[in-house]
Design a protein around this ligand. Structure first.
Ligand SMILES: Nc1ncnc2c1ncn2[C@@H]1O[C@H](COP(=O)(O)OP(=O)(O)OP(=O)(O)O)[C@@H](O)[C@H]1O
Ligand SMILES: [Mg+2]
Length: 383
């Protein structure tokens, strides 16, 4: 305080009402106010203005139900809360409330009844805005879930990698042996059997390659690529994979930066996604591929670590994936398809490719709302 300002008059410590008013007027983190017995606002403090946006003169004398959502008002929640406070001695709960500008906030509310000589004369109401805390908690919870999922996939990846290497070695022996037998026989029948055996072994090699991708045991051949060009190069193949009875759309964002990825793996991933969508639409429907630039973070990283990603989204309007399957669909061998129709390796290839390329995958499949799988790949830092 500068020396030429006159000092504030001393507060009379015996003047309790004045001290009380000063206390309420200095609180800005809590809306503290009184209601009469019917729920009309009688007093207001700066915390109320800060949290709810109303000045004292526009709110005093009006009914406190104006702070509730229209749904709550329709269901009689405001008066029910007052009655709870009256009959149980206190009402305390968290709930959504409405500010003056119509925006909503999560409120932690306490209502205490005020009695005078056995007669209810009103209520003391304290409201705190806990929206930020709630959002931070939600974000933390989402990060924990993502971290757990990442650790689970890492463990399955290690297991898969070991198995895939062993299978690869065994298949190499089988293929070499079939080659040797083929070279030594003139018998046409045996040659046909060998051909069948060779086809099966080749299929086995393909499957182990997908497993290796999932377990990050496959060296990726990264090259700097524009994803839109790559998708357009594959347009006919994807169109055919989507099947005739399906509407096929592409919505590619202009001027996308480049990514450094393995071309073949990306093509396989998009084909896997389109095939899955097609399988979910046996009677036709719509499949769309969309690319866009997005600033975001790896799901298991804290919110501050954002960087640019190019996202490629495949969306269908099929029946979607049941909630209980959603955490498992990226695991190798998880399939709901009949034997011979699905090996359960499609999405694990997508997952393995995205994470090995420094990116991640996202799945959105609300009940009855179709399915979207999004592959997010980091923008190339040194194009
Ligand atoms: N777009 C989708 N709509 C509905 N369910 C889906 C969709 N994509 C994946 N799924 C579910 O996830 C499971 C796993 O998919 P994934 O691609 O990994 O294996 P798959 O399609 O069953 O077999 P594969 O791709 O190896 O032939 C599927 O069996 C299916 O239940
Ligand atoms: Mg599949």
């Amino acid at each position: 305080m500068s020396s030429n300002q006159s000092p504030a008059p001393p507060v009379d410590l015996a003047d309790e009402p004045r001290q009380f008013a000063m206390l309420l007027n200095s609180v800005i983190d809590y809306a503290i106010y009184m209601l009469d017995a019917e729920g009309y606002v009688r007093t207001w403090n700066p915390g109320g203005t800060r949290i709810k946006g109303y000045q004292a003169d526009e709110v005093i004398g009006t009914h406190f139900s104006r702070f509730y959502t229209p749904d709550d008002v329709r269901e009689g929640v405001p008066m029910r809360n007052l009655r709870t406070a009256e009959t149980e001695g206190r009402f305390s709960a968290d709930g959504w409330r409405v500010r003056r500008d119509g925006s909503r906030f999560l409120a932690s509310v306490v209502i205490d009844p005020i009695w005078n000589e056995g007669r209810l004369i009103g209520f003391a109401k304290i409201t705190r805005d806990i929206t930020e805390r709630h959002e931070a908690e939600q974000q933390l919870q989402a990060t924990h879930v993502a971290l757990f999922q990442a650790q689970k996939m890492e463990a399955i990846g290690l297991l898969t990698l070991g198995l895939a290497h062993d299978f690869n070695n065994l298949l190499t022996v089988v293929i070499n042996s079939l080659d040797v037998i083929g070279g030594r026989t003139e018998d046409k029948k045996i040659a046909r059997v060998l051909e069948t055996a060779m086809r099966a072994a080749d299929r086995g090699v393909l499957l182990t390659r997908q497993l290796l991708t999932f377990g990050r045991g496959q060296a990726l051949m990264a090259e700097t690529i524009n994803l839109n060009d790559l998708i357009l190069d594959n347009r006919d193949l994807l169109r055919r994979a989507a099947a005739d009875q399906v509407d096929f759309h592409m919505d590619l964002a202009a001027d996308l930066p480049q990514v450094a990825i393995d071309r073949g793996q990306f093509e396989a991933a998009i084909l896997n996604l389109v095939s899955n969508s097609r399988d979910s639409l046996p009677d036709g429907g719509r499949i769309s591929i969309r690319t866009f630039l997005r600033h975001t973070r790896l799901p298991q990283e804290p919110p501050q670590v954002e960087r640019p990603y190019i996202c490629t989204e495949v969306t269908d309007n099929g029946p979607g994936i049941p909630a209980e399957h959603q955490a498992r669909v990226f695991e190798p061998f998880f399939t709901t398809k009949d034997v011979g129709r699905g090996s359960g390796l499609g999405l694990s290839q997508v997952f393995g490719f995205a994470s090995q390329s420094g990116g991640f995958t996202e799945l959105h499949s609300p009940p009855g709302g179709g399915t979207t799988v999004c592959i997010c790949l980091p923008v190339c830092e040194n194009p």
